[in-house]
Design a protein around this ligand. Sequence first.
Ligand code: SAM
Length: 287
Amino acid sequence: MNYRHEFHAGNFADVLKHAVLVRTLLYLRRKDKPFRVIDTHAGAGLYDLSAPEAVRSGEARDGILRLLEGVDAGAAAELLAPYLDAVRAAQIDAFEPPRLYPGSPLIAQSLLRPQDRALFCELLPEAAQALRRTLGRDARVKPVEIDGYAGLKAYMPPKERRGVVLIDPPFERRDEYERLFDAVVAAMRKWPTGVFIVWQPVKEPEIAGAFCRALAARTKDWLRIELQVETPAPGRPLARTGLMVVNPPYVLAQEMKIVLPALARILARGPGSEFLVESGAAGDPSA
Ligand SMILES: C[S@@+](CC[C@H](N)C(=O)[O-])C[C@H]1O[C@@H](n2cnc3c(N)ncnc32)[C@H](O)[C@@H]1O
């Protein structure tokens, strides 16, 4: 495993993923009934944006830091506010420029109520250790050093009917798409009421599209979201990212139609910035 999220924390892909995670958790919080969060590739939970890895990549500068400066008033700002609040809450000094970026586990933990529970799987021992430190003593959360797909199999279904699974793999292995697809389909079968958020880098649009179509064919309800920050070109950093959401909250598509144009405008690195929001039922050819 070579992947280190320290280089990428707070980039445009994290912004999209975490904004969607927060909107989903806020939706789940509308009812008192408990919900469960399962994060299969959890990471360290907190990242230092002044560390050499983050400074060298500059990805957070073009992501969360740009969003914090550039977001203005309006409907998109209102929808993004709870996510940005979670980022601000992770700072040690609220009056200094943001230096820390919360990963998905810390963001999820900040939105759990006393009745909710979360499971965080992370395979890399150093990241898993950092995650335990970041989460602290909290009976609601369970960090586990385990392969995320094995965790998904072992802990599925949770006792709660409601909840969300975030699947955010590093896409280092050639067979990642196959493992991911099989794991999600099996988990959807065991927990048909859960929301599944699957992240992917969109490096080869045909492969990303085929994955979305295959997943869409297995469910009645899906939402496909993509954000591109410049025209992709060989040798350039990742320029497009996507999420496939199975069983999305019914408000999410409408919210993303408001949020995505703002993200595409504020996070544009060059010409060709655009977005996609599609939703549908099983077998819909527009997927
Ligand atoms: C993209 S990062 C996760 C970021 C995190 N979800 C967030 O949003 O803050 C992917 C993480 O998966 C971990 N990882 C890699 N292979 C894994 C596996 N098979 N099971 C669980 N974790 C894995 C990596 O160490 C890395 O921390």
